[in-house]
Each structure stands twice: as structure tokens, then as C-alpha cells.
Design a protein around this ligand. Structure first.
Ligand code: PAP
Length: 335
């Protein structure tokens, strides 16, 4: 197994709390509305958002009950398949740039997901309290499902990345098809697309997820930085510079002159990360007994690839749903 920079397994959550959450979990799973998932057979709808009814949902409950934000916390939030892996690498490299040399950088031997806890599930078996400040944490949760202390702390920061729904859907579906257990009945792209158009997908409805963070970023621009995958692909250097300023770690004039931003962008590029052995053969341990090969987090990394997978009718349908939903919000996806 590759080196993981995540904290060690721990019993920090007391047994009585675990029991309380387990009981809440069992009761809710049995009563919440459900529908089909792409990756797992069933999703449940918790307060309007779709969730896998296993570790993720248990982790979300635990996170809301137990997680205490620190003023120095930095959250990377995103819907699925919206650029999380890339942004994890960029944020980790930016925040830790004075600690590491490029030639021996941890990202050369550690997958981006193993550099930043995925709080939604890692809260179950990792000691997030033991992480030194500033903590870098990630979550796929809808804004209003983030821990209250994270939302209410005026100091802790959130960086959100979104991606246009067509590319996000295709990336999500193809990812799910690689990882969907073979004993489950197959789910066609048409069926998955229909579910997606109805808002049913892991951590969906996707448009509500995006708009939740968009609205929160308008209300608290100093707390939430809202990024678009497509815009970042066009000019990553400009965005990493802005990201560092937002995180309170601006690049100095000397660093800029020395090309440090360009170096970080290169280190985290799709081409560089996919060339590394760790991202070909390494694994991410999600929960005990469940790992995902790092290679699954990389496919093409292109903007607009959905047109190679969706029919014109599918594109028209999703464009129409998106247009309707965004009307009057002032928000538009990147192209
Ligand atoms: P996750 O939700 O499982 O963490 P996430 O990283 O958000 O996935 O999204 C994966 C997408 O980002 C993939 O897109 P694709 O299927 O359209 O190709 C993946 O290829 C892309 N991606 C991963 N790393 C990078 C990178 N360094 N630069 C640009 N895109 C990337």
C-alpha cells in the first residue's frame, strides 16, 4: 500500500456515541425514500439529498454530531467527479509548498486522495482531531449538510469546485461502471441519465448541490471560494494564485518570479499525475475492507467529453433542465 498522509485509525469516538449514531442510522435507513444508484444498488434521500446508505450516510450523521470546526480548517467541497482529485493535489501542494522539495514531493509517491481526508467516511475510523492545524479536509456533502460549526465559523474556509452537469454525469457514470460490483444487474447509460435528470445520483441533486454552495459563496465571499473546473482548465496558474491568496498563503513576488506557481500546476497536472506509478497501482482505503485503485480517479480530464457519449436528445434534455433551474440565480456553468 502507498504511504498515506492521513491520520491513523483511532477509537477517538466514544462507544456510546457510535451506538447512538448506529441506532439513528438503522432507523433512518429503514424509513427514508429510496431509489436506484449508479455505483450501489440503492440510494436514500436524506433531507432532499441522495446518499449511499452505508458508510457515507453513517459518516454524514457522525460528522454532524461530532465534528468540531477549528478556525484554521480548510474544506475542499465538491459534488462527485467535479475536479476533486486535481484540487486536492493543488491545495495540498500550495499549502505545504515551504515544507517540500519538488524532487521528493509527497505527491510523487502518494495519490492526491491519500493527502487529504475525505471527512464523510474517514470520520468513522480516522482521528481527525489529531491532525495538525491548518487541517485540509474534503467533503462531498451538500452545503447545508456540512457540520454546523464549519458553516457557522466565520474563519474556517471552504473551497468549492463545480463542473458542468453533462461532463460530470458522463464522468460519474463511467466511474460507476468500473466499480459497480459485478453481481449487481447492469445499469444502462440511458437509465442512469434518466435518474440523473430527476436529481437521483450520489450526493445529488447535482444542480441543488452547486446552487447551495453558489448562494452561500455570494453571502460569504471571504469564507467560500467558488471555482469552476472548466475555467481552471483554461488558466490554472491564475486560479492557483487566487486560491493561495484566498487561503491566506499568497505567493510572494520572489516565488512568482521563480515560477513556483507554474511548478505546482505542472506537478498536479493530469499528465504528470497519471504518469506516476502511485496513480497507476496505488490504492485509497475508503473504509476498512474497501479500497479504490487510484487509477479510477483519472480518465481523460477533458472539458466537453460528454458530447462523445450523450445523444443530441440527451444533451438537449439536460441543457433544458439546467437552464430552467439556473434561471434568475445569476449562475452559469463554465464551458
Ligand atoms: P471524485 O469525485 O471521485 O473525487 P473527481 O476528482 O472530482 O472525482 O473527478 C474526476 C474527474 O477529474 C475525471 O474526469 P473525466 O472522467 O472527465 O476524465 C478525471 O479525469 C479528472 N481529473 C483527475 N485529475 C485531474 C487533473 N490533475 N487535472 C484535470 N482533471 C483531472
Amino acid at each position: 500500500m502507498e504511504p498515506s498522509l492521513l491520520s491513523q485509525q483511532s477509537n477517538i469516538i466514544e462507544e456510546n456515541v457510535r451506538e447512538k449514531i448506529n441506532q439513528q442510522f438503522e432507523e433512518l435507513v429503514a424509513t427514508l425514500p429510496s431509489d436506484k444508484g449508479f455505483l450501489v444498488p440503492t440510494l436514500i434521500n436524506y433531507k432532499g439529498f441522495w446518499c449511499t446508505p452505508g458508510s457515507v450516510f453513517k459518516g454524514v450523521l457522525l460528522m454532524q454530531d461530532q465534528f468540531k470546526a477549528r478556525s484554521t480548517d480548510i474544506f475542499l467541497c465538491s459534488a462527485l467527479k467535479s475536479g476533486t482529485t486535481w484540487l486536492k493535489a493543488l491545495m495540498f501542494a500550495t499549502m505545504n509548498r515551504s515544507k517540500f522539495q519538488l524532487a521528493t514531493h509527497p505527491l510523487l509517491t502518494t495519490g492526491p486522495h491519500n493527502c487529504m481526508p475525505y471527512l464523510d467516511v474517514h470520520i468513522i475510523d480516522h482521528d481527525v482531531e489529531a491532525l495538525p492545524s491548518p487541517r485540509l479536509l474534503s467533503s462531498h456533502c451538500a452545503y447545508f449538510l456540512l457540520p454546523k460549526s464549519t458553516r457557522e465559523s466565520s474563519d474556517c474556509k471552504i473551497v468549492y469546485i463545480c463542473r458542468n452537469p453533462k461532463d460530470m454525469f458522463v464522468s460519474h457514470y463511467l466511474f460507476a461502471m468500473k466499480l459497480r460490483p459485478p453481481m449487481l444487474p447492469p445499469i444502462s447509460m440511458e437509465e442512469a441519465f434518466d435518474l440523473f435528470c430527476r436529481g437521483v445520483c450520489e450526493y445529488g441533486p447535482h444542480l441543488d448541490h452547486v446552487l447551495g454552495y453558489w448562494k452561500a459563496s455570494l453571502e460569504s465571499p471571504g469564507k467560500i471560494l467558488f471555482l469552476k473546473y472548466e475555467e481552471m482548465r483554461k488558466d490554472p496558474v491564475k486560479h492557483v494564485k487566487h486560491l493561495a491568496e484566498f487561503l491566506g498563503k499568497p505567493f510572494s513576488a520572489e516565488e512568482e518570479k521563480a515560477g513556483v506557481i507554474e511548478e505546482i500546476v505542472k506537478l498536479c497536472s493530469f499528465e504528470k499525475l497519471t504518469s506516476l506509478e502511485v496513480n497507476k497501482t496505488g490504492k485509497l482505503a475508503l473504509v476498512p475492507g474497501m479500497t479504490i485503485g487510484n487509477e479510477n480517479f483519472f480518465r481523460k480530464g477533458e472539458v466537453g467529453d460528454s458530447k462523445n457519449h450523450l445523444t443530441p436528445e440527451m444533451i438537449e434534455r439536460l441543457d433544458k433542465i439546467t437552464e430552467e433551474k439556473l434561471k434568475g440565480t445569476g449562475f452559469a456553468f463554465g464551458e
